[in-house]
Structure formats: C-alpha cells, structure tokens
Design a protein around this ligand. Structure first.
Ligand code: FAQ
Length: 330
C-alpha cells in the first residue's frame, strides 16, 4: 500500500457548469433567506467568502489596534481599581481580535496573511483608533462611546449569516457591554467631581463624538458593500440605521451626565421618532481611513514593532509543535 503513489495525485474537481453554479447560488441564497447559518465546510460563493474575510479581518485588526489608545494610559490610571478595570478591558480587546482571526481562518485565509495585509496598508481597521487618547477622561469616553458604538453594530452582527462570526459576536458583545458600563461609570464619577474634572469630561466627549459616529461607515447611499452584504445577511442593519440607533440611545445618557454633545443640529424629531443630527465631516473620515489621520502611522509602526519583538514566541511555538509531531510519528 505504501508504494501506491496514486493516492498522492491531486484530485481534480470539475468546475461547476454555469447552470450548476446558478443552482448552487440559488440554494445558498435560499438558506440565507431561511436564516440557516452558513458553516465553513459548506459551499459558498467566492464573493461571499471574500467579503467576509475582508470585513472579519478588518474587525479583528480594529480590536487589536484598539488596544493602543487605552494602553497609553495604563501606567497613569489614578487608582489600583481603575488600573485593574482598564487592564482587564484591554486584554479583552486582544482576546476579541483572536476570536475573530480564528473565525476568519475558517474561510481559508491564515492569520499571518491577514496581519501582513494590515501592516502593508492593504487592510483597513476602524477609523476611531487613529485618534489619540489625550486625557484620563478619554478612558471613560472610549468605553462609553466607542464600545457603545461597537456593541450597537455587533449585536446586529451576532445575527449574521456566517456561523463562526455570529457565534464569536455573542461572547464579544457580553464583554463589550462591561466595557461600555465601566466607561460610563468612570464618566459619571467625573461628572460629580471638581470643575476641572467636569471640564475634562466635556472636552473629551467633544473630541470623540463625531469620530464615534463615523465608526458606522459612510452613509448608505455611499456604501459600496452594503447592498450585497445585506442580501447575504453579513450585515443585518445598514450603516445609517445603526448610527441612528446609537444616537437615539446615547443622547439621554449624555443628558444624565449633564454634558452637551457638540452638534447644534441634534434635536428630537417627534414625527420620525428619532433624533435629527448634523452633517458628518466625510472629508475627515476619508483622510483617516486612507492613512492620514492623527495617529495612523504611529499605530502601524507600534504593531510592526510588537510583531517583530514577538517573533521568538512564534518560532518557539512552531519548534515545539514540530517536536511533538516527530514524537507522535516515532
Ligand atoms: N473605519 O461599504 P462600506 C471596536 C471602509 S470594534 C475604517 O460601508 P462595509 C471594539 C470599509 O471597510 C470596531 N474603514 O463597508 C473596541 C470599506 O473599505 P474597503 C470595529 C471603514 O464593510 C472598542 C469602505 O469604507 N468594528 O471598536 C469604516 O459594508 C474599544 C466602504 O464602506 C467592526 O469592524 C470605518 N469606520 O461596512 C476595541 C465591525 N467604515 O474594505 C478597542 C465589523 C467603513 O472596501 C477599544 N465591520 N470603512 O477597503 C462592519 O460592520 C463593517 O465593515 C462597517 C463598514 C460597518 C465598519
């Protein structure tokens, strides 16, 4: 049997004819329409796979790059309690990155490839993490607004069509919910503090409000991927729908904190049953997602350095795995 090399010959799988392809696509779409999850081993259109790898890898990159603005404040936390909370939150974000990279790998792209795309600028990560964290109040604002925006989107993503991604989102949302609460609690404490603390809170929210709204992406009319992603239920709600949900939930929370939001056009519209809001600066958004935000270069440089510094860990893990494999064969 060992001499039989025929089993090593590559098996040729015939390309489906266009009629077969159309049938496969029809069955696939029917599953999506019936809310049946798509699992890694099942047939899926190449474009569905590609869209998922793009979105999931960018999502994972966001979680990992998102550790940097908060990491900047770990050594300056004002108490042991605050430090422990912040440390736990940052570690959670790293974990979220790992769950999502693993879920994305089930689609056939390795984590190493995804990281190469991030570091070479081919893959994006969330615009929000290109803004600096300048004050301690930013630790609260990031939790309240940034994690708040992330959860609004991720609750919808947890109902998405791709099994591994949607399941990763369930756990991630639970953790993000703790992050949002710790941020709000931090800000509530500042809101009851000294005049300087209240000013620091207001100034931080002034800086983060508009970038948080940009996290949801361009308006629906200018979102090239939305229509197809909605049809495939990779996205369950549109960018504008999610942005509106976030604003409606957040305005009363700002009122409770006793702060203002930096938008003179923000007001309740009785007829729509939603808050109206002012125009977003899409030029700023375009600059930030194209590499020219305040911290883009620094964020990627830090990531490359950490990756290079960690090379010995990957080498040691690979050497250990090889040794174990040799032991099993022997
Ligand atoms: N930033 O056609 P669409 C977090 C890009 S996790 C950068 O609307 P799509 C946790 C988009 O990629 C936050 N790029 O695209 C945390 C596309 O470019 P491409 C991250 C953006 O994919 C908290 C182009 O614009 N969450 O915060 C952004 O249908 C605190 C056209 O846009 C996720 O990634 C943006 N804001 O919808 C961690 C959720 N918006 O790829 C630490 C998963 C758009 O063609 C601390 N992702 N672009 O070159 C999504 O839900 C979607 O990808 C959207 C964009 C909604 C972000």
């Amino acid at each position: 049997m060992y001499g039989d090399t025929s089993i090593q010959k590559p098996i040729k799988i015939a390309e489906p004819t266009s009629a077969e392809q159309a049938k496969l696509e029809e069955i696939f779409q029917q599953k999506i329409d019936d809310d049946i999850k798509i699992e890694p081993q099942e047939w899926m259109p190449a474009a569905y796979r590609k869209t998922l790898v793009r979105q999931m890898s960018q999502h994972a990159h966001s979680e990992v790059i998102g550790m940097q603005p908060e990491g900047n404040w770990l050594t300056r936390a004002p108490s042991l309690r605050r430090k422990v909370i912040l440390l736990a939150k940052i570690q959670d974000e790293g974990g979220h990155g790992l769950y999502i990279y693993s879920a994305a790998e089930t689609l056939g792209t390795s984590r190493a490839e995804m990281i190469e795309q991030l570091q070479s600028g081919k893959a994006k990560y969330s615009s929000i993490f290109n803004y600096p964290a300048l004050t301690w109040a930013d630790m609260g604002t990031i939790g309240w607004l940034v994690d708040g925006a992330a959860i609004t989107n991720q609750v919808a993503l947890s109902r998405g069509s791709y099994g591994p991604y949607s399941r990763a989102m369930i756990r991630i949302c639970k953790e993000e919910s703790f992050h949002q609460r710790q941020g709000y609690e931090l800000l509530l404490t500042l809101s009851k503090g000294t005049k300087e603390q209240k000013e620091m809170l207001q100034e931080s929210v002034n800086r983060f409000w508009w970038p948080s709204l940009m996290m949801f992406g361009p308006n629906d009319a200018n979102s090239p991927h939305s229509a197809q992603s909605m049809k495939w239920k990779i996205k369950k709600k549109s960018n504008d729908q999610l942005r509106q949900e976030f604003i409606d939930a957040t305005v009363p929370q700002a009122e409770f904190l006793g702060i203002t939001l930096p938008d003179p056009d923000l007001k309740w519209n009785e007829e729509r049953g939603h808050y109206d809001y002012g125009a977003i600066d899409w030029e700023e958004f375009g600059n930030v997602i194209n590499g020219n935000g305040p911290c883009n270069k620094q964020r990627i440089a830090n990531h490359i350095k950490a990756h290079e510094d960690g090379a010995w860990v990957r080498e040691a893990a690979a050497a250990y795995a090889e040794k174990q494999q040799k032991k099993q064969v022997a």
